[in-house]
Design a protein around this ligand. Structure first.
Ligand code: ARG
Ligand code: ZN
Length: 850
């Protein structure tokens, strides 16, 4: 065996494999520390690229290898098994191997591992190589038959059940698939079952498998699954294609969920939901993720990626699809605002720092480090822009052509774009640059009014990103509408297509100078830089017909107010306070929308805004002034808060858009009310509510006001047995801690008996919250930096993937003052100097240090 240092892989080096897989027969003899995996794989030499048989394999104990039933010379390294071309038949042949693996000691949660007594797998992106020797690359697609042997009552794999008996079960998946979509589950599980008849008339059994005790948390997820199946048939004409669709909930999981063919595996936090234990936000997330994984059956599974550089091909498209679904299920206006909040908080942040990368990266060391906001969320924005540019009809025509043309294939972004070129006759070469140029464009605009013509002149520039100094103009769909001074819309939404660095657009025959509403619905992922008075913003806030821009105006007013408070102590702007108050009091407006208007920009968002304005952010000043503004709002709105609180009682809990909208407004109001009434309303709600949205909302309101210790203890006593609620208990304490307390509280929680670093949800509850508490994370003593680094160093040998992801907490380090930069750099260097640091974490820390 020879060891290999982690290597950088390049898109430009792509070559077809030497061998294709036709069928794979796998037998698993399950045992916690010595599972035997017997494989029998039918290979066919690739006439386009003949060569040695190269199989991936890591952490496997090899027992035997044969070709066509006979011994054969082979070589192994830490990462591969190779058989020389000269030792192989020139015809199709059968490769057989037996390996031994140890699921119980697999804390990386990649490959086959154990979680609370059950066996489960996570193979995307490159986990299958930890199960057996195989060409573990997405362009190799084979038909799998799987036999599972164990004494556990439930044994599942991909496809349809084929046969079973005492201690064994066989599954057959007729659809050729890459190894990353392989899945196996075995455990003492209970099914919540239902069924669905597809538009093609096929009967499908549906099951959500959970541990005992969780069976009453499945109904909502099942409903979401059925809604997703109906939606994909109705909107995209795509039906399900097996006799059975299984979902399994797993407690230990690195990510949200995984779209394995016919056997989706979910982090239990992303599928289980009940009113008493889950917030509205959780219900919404469950609905979206179930849809996302289900939609992958067509965008990901039936048509998959040629190589991992094409990850956005399936992820960007599938995120776009789940966003449209959620908009249809709830409210498009509210959903769009939430998407943009997420995009700015995660993707713009990434694009602005050392981790900026193309939506289709050109190189990587560890592909798991590229499951990013850029690939997912910016990837989805690209699809949305494409649709705006070519129109709905051409969009769906192009999708159909893509599905028909590439069903059963592993393809690239070129092939995706080509489908739209073919249906529209347009050359999309320039548009495609969105996949190969990193960074967020800054779009500035000037307005000229002469006679009866308004001219809008736009200029776009994209700042340099690591490895990309020179940027070209992007294709930008800019949706614009014009409003007359009396509030009437005189030009409805139109999409301007910008392709140059500077470009003008005119609107003629206007009787009086209108106010332009620009970048409606956030029609392109850019930072709009527009000089506007507070009066104009307040005007659009009151009169714009576009809900996104209405909200955006309120947000800009809030940001300007906060920036002025931070920079020179200017008191909160009157225009902002008055506009917000009248918006809140307007009962004709959707409560969910009003809640979004009331929410202040996050501290991290303010820090980025200051950075963009050339000001070094002071995290303590940001925290204090934001708190100051919260108190000002509480005082200013004193007379309307109790009324809003009473009027938005949603009554009996239903996790739908209407109920959740009311609760969301009510909880935002409660947070302010708590600053006025000494916590009376929050305490009452905490004691009397029957749902987690209100219980957690009340507790958060109290903690954020600096009280609530008694309620915190009774919350623990009520919920200590429920691990998902306990994640909230850990999270809330750190998230709402004052800056100088956050690191101490987080550290204390790591000593709690219920803290378990091996469980990613629990680890993230504490350290995700610490990083999310901007003031606390950047407290002047650097205690939080050090604490996070300590724990990342501890976690890395157990779970490199989650460690590497959490390094992103440090990605904004260059924003801050020299002291903080120095302290963060010291911690990053300390992590990097750790002996045997994983390749995952090494790559992330190296990139962050830049
Ligand atoms: N494909 C999954 C999804 O739909 C993500 C799985 C990523 N897992 C990983 N270990 N990289 O979002
Ligand atoms: Zn996905």
């Amino acid at each position: 065996m020879t060891a290999h240092a982690p290597q950088t892989i390049f898109l430009k080096d792509y070559a077809e494999p030497h061998h294709w897989v036709e069928t794979a027969h796998l037998t698993f003899k399950l045992s916690p520390r010595a599972t035997l995996v017997v494989s029998k794989i039918a290979f066919k030499p690739n006439a386009n690229n003949l060569g040695d048989l190269i199989l991936n394999g890591e952490q496997l104990r090899l027992v035997s290898v044969q070709i066509n039933g006979a011994d054969v010379p082979y070589e192994t390294t830490d990462t591969h098994l190779t058989i020389k071309q000269s030792d192989l038949p020139q015809e199709p042949f059968t490769f057989e191997a037996t390996v031994e693996i140890s699921p119980e000691t697999n804390t990386a949660l990649e490959g086959l591992y154990m979680s609370s007594g059950m066996y489960c797998t996570q193979c995307e992106a490159e986990g299958f190589r930890k199960i057996t020797y195989y060409p573990d690359r997405p362009d190799v697609m084979g038909v799998f038959t799987v036999r599972v042997e164990s004494d556990l009552p439930v044994m599942l794999s991909n496809g349809n059940p084929q046969a079973s008996g005492d201690g064994w079960a066989e599954w057959h998946d007729p659809w050729p698939k890459p190894a990353y979509l392989f899945a196996l589950v075995a455990g003492d599980l209970i099914a919540h079952s239902d069924h669905f008849t597809t538009i093609e008339g096929n009967h499908v059994d549906l099951n959500i498998y959970v541990r005992k005790g969780d069976e009453d948390k499945c109904a909502f997820g099942m409903g979401a699954l059925i809604d997703s199946m109906i939606w994909d048939e109705r909107v995209y004409g795509r039906a399900y294609d097996l006799d059975i669709f299984n979902i399994v909930a797993v407690d230990d999981f690195n990510m949200g969920a995984m779209e394995n063919k016919g056997l989706n595996i979910f982090n239990s936090s992303c599928v289980l939901a009940s009113p008493e234990t889950s917030t509205d936000a959780t219900f919404e997330r469950v609905e979206g993720i179930i849809a996302h994984e289900y939609f992958h059956n067509w965008t990901g599974n039936r048509i998959t990626c040629r190589d991992w550089f094409q990850l956005c091909l399936k992820e960007g498209l599938t995120v776009y699809r789940d966003q449209m679904f959620s908009g249809d299920m709830r409210s498009h206006a509210v959903k769009r605002i939430e998407e943009v909040l997420q995009l700015r908080a995660r993707q713009f942040r990434e694009d602005n720092g050392p981790l900026a990368h193309n939506v289709r990266p050109e190189s990587f060391v560890e592909i798991n480090n590229f499951y990013t906001a850029t690939v997912y969320e910016k990837g989805a924005e690209i699809i949305g822009m494409l649709r705006r540019l070519i129109g709905d009809e051409a969009y769906y025509k192009g999708c159909n052509l893509y599905f028909d043309r590439h069903d059963g294939q592993a393809v690239t972004i070129e092939e995706w774009i080509k489908a739209f070129e073919d249906v529209t006759g347009r050359d999309l070469t320039h548009f495609k640059q969105w996949y190969s140029q990193a960074g967020t464009p800054r779009l500035s605009v000037t307005e000229d009014w002469a006679d009866t013509t308004l001219t809008l002149t736009f200029t776009q520039t994209t700042p340099a990103t690591p490895g990309q100094d020179v940027k070209k103009p992007q294709v930008l769909p800019i949706m614009v509408g014009l409003i007359a001074p009396n509030g009437d819309e005189v030009v409805p939404s139109t999409v301007l297509e910008m392709t140059e660095t500077t470009q003008s657009f005119t609107f003629e025959d206007l009787t009086e100078r209108p106010i332009a509403s620009i970048l409606r619905d956030f029609s392109a992922p850019v930072i709009l830089q527009r000089e506007m008075t507070a009066k104009t913003r307040a005007f659009l806030l009151a009169h714009d017909t576009d809900p996104f821009n209405t909200w955006e105006m309120g947000r800009m007013l809030a940001k300007d107010t906060l920036v002025a408070m931070i920079i020179d102590g200017t008191p909160p702007a009157r225009d902002y306070l008055d506009a917000l108050k009248s918006m809140l009091s307007d009962d004709s407006k959707d409560p969910a929308f009003r809640a979004l208007c009331l929410a202040l920009p996050s501290q991290d968002d303010i820090a980025q805004t200051l950075t963009d304005a050339g000001v070094t952010p002071d995290p303590m000043a940001i925290y204090e002034q934001r708190e100051e503004l919260r108190h000002t709002l509480a005082t200013e709105f004193k007379d309307i808060l109790p009324g809003l609180y009473a009027a938005n009682d949603a009554g009996a809990f239903k996790p739908d858009a209407q109920g959740s909208g009311k609760r969301s407004l009510r909880m935002s109001v409660l947070a302010l009310l708590t600053l006025n009434d000494g916590g009376k309303a929050a305490q009452t709600l905490f004691e009397t509510s029957d749902n987690m949205t209100e219980q957690a909302g009340a507790l958060t309101a109290l903690l954020s006001a600096g009280t609530g210790q008694e309620e915190l203890a009774s919350f623990y006593a009520q919920w200590f047995h429920d691990r998902l609620v306990m994640d909230k208990w850990f999270m809330m304490q750190v998230a709402s801690a004052a800056p100088l307390d956050a690191a101490r509280i987080a550290s204390m929680l790591t000593e709690h008996a219920d803290f378990d670093m091996k469980n990613p949800n629990r680890f993230r509850a504490v350290f995700g919250a610490l990083h999310g508490n901007h003031g606390g994370f950047h407290a002047p003593d650097g205690a939080a930096y050090k604490l996070l680094a300590d724990w990342l160093i501890k976690l890395d040998p157990l779970n490199p993937q989650t460690t590497a992801r959490m390094c992103g907490a440090f990605e904004t380090w260059k924003r801050y003052d020299a002291d903080r930069q120095g302290m963060i750099k010291d911690q990053l260097n300390r992590i990097l100097a750790t002996p045997n640091l994983s390749g995952d974490t090494t790559e992330m820390v190296t990139r962050i240090l830049g």
